[in-house]
Design a protein around this ligand. Sequence first.
Ligand SMILES: *[C@@H]1O[C@H](CO)[C@@H](O)[C@H](O)[C@H]1NC(C)=O
Length: 524
Amino acid sequence: MTSLFSLSLLLSVALLSLSFLTTTISASQFTFHEATIESIHLAFAQSRLTSRQLVDFYLDQIQTLNPSLRCVLEVNPDALDQADEADRLRAAAAGGNGALGDLHGIPVLLKDSIGTDDKMNTSAGSYALLGARVARDAFVVERLRSAGAVILGKASMSEWYSLRSWEMPRGWCARGGQGLNPYMKSGNPCGSSSGSAIAVAANMVTVSLGTETDSSIICPADYNSVVGFKPTVGLTSRAGVILVSPRQDSIGPISRTVSDAVHVLDAIVGFDPRDEATGEAAEFIPMGGFKQFLREDGLNGKRLGIVRHPFSDFKGSTAASIFDQHLATFRNNGATLVDNLEIKNIDIILNPFQSGEMALLRAQFKHNLNEYLGGLSNSPVKSLAEVIAFNSDNPDLESMEEYNQDGLIAAEKTNILDEEVVKAEHMMKKLSEEGFEKLMKENKLDAMVTLGANAATIPAFGGYPALTVPAGYDDNGMPFGICFGGLKGSEAKLIEIAYSFEQATRMRKPPLSFSTEFHYQYYQ
Ligand SMILES: *[C@@H]1O[C@H](CO)[C@@H](O)[C@H](O)[C@H]1NC(C)=O
């Protein structure tokens, strides 16, 4: 009896010291730079980190880096209070494991076109909307708040989703100026979710939300060496977000890891009576969420279609040879490759003036923007025509005169009922059916694989999902990603493929010029 008792005592002491050991080891490993949602939760659980410390770190990063990178338009004046509240709730829930969600206490940055009913502006990068009030939070923001996330601020973007002017550089807006790629000062950050990608890349926030009509999540994520996930249209509600196209727009996460993107996706998906498309897409949401598809062996048994032309035609380049190494990794992990596939009419698909896409997007943008602006209170502008007049009347606002607004003027001239617009929609549908859909179905593919971001237009045409993962750096240090595109509702497969690829390669490196030793202030 006695010996049994002492044995079990001995055991529990041993277990205790063992768990103490793991605690100290992992706690000393926590670093703010490149922190993931999982590493943050571990540090929270070990009482080694508070949400407030995390927000303090990011605010410091923003203060230091934003004057050069220009990716944050506004910091949320309530961010520290939200962090304190998250810390209070965590302390109160201590012991009640799992009561709080994956995003509890996690700072999130929002693209400036995602509406928030708080002290912040929602302006699509334009001065014209400063001071306007939205009627309520966007659905995705409601979801983030109820998950306990801290809304850190608003990210810069290509003004009006680049629809201000086709000549305007990507990542530029009147309010923020030119956003910069943290990997190359002279490098294009791409757009339109430029600020959302730059800030995550430069460790100014844990994760962010972007929006995509065509390439606007995938391209900036690719250029800034982060993960970008554009879900099937309707998986995430667009209600409360400045909309371009109901058939193409999707809200999605930008993050440093696939796992972080999936945690955010799980929090923001769902049916919303304010967005019809979410009804149809609700069936794509699996019981238990998307987390279950973060499988290291996720490449095993997958059929991947490789489309090279015209995306990896640059033979002999560093990117092309790294791409070939990655194809070998796919094979070594059990995937079957169907190589050298071609998308029918790819040259037309990639030219927005030939495919009808520009005509359609401009008309849909005008229509939806007028509806959105009509729903605002206190707004200096109530229609696209008034936005154009505002821009003409205020050439003095900082850098406002730098780029013209030919895109907005062209959009104002459209009518959503015009025959040209209706034809454009039919044409794009047909291009998508005969191109991407046919390719996927005929070859029984789980995903289309392309180098870089230029192929993102292909899934965009049909409202299909795409996911990009950092894949390397060219000779100048400019990042590039690999993009996986799938049919509607194929998120589970894309997650399996992307996660498995990421775990096998771990290509992302933080931008070196911005690595600081901030965490030592807390832990030395
Ligand atoms: C929103 O814009 C107004 C200008 O109308 C500005 O005074 C205010 O500070 C902005 N909000 C934040 C949080 O920056």
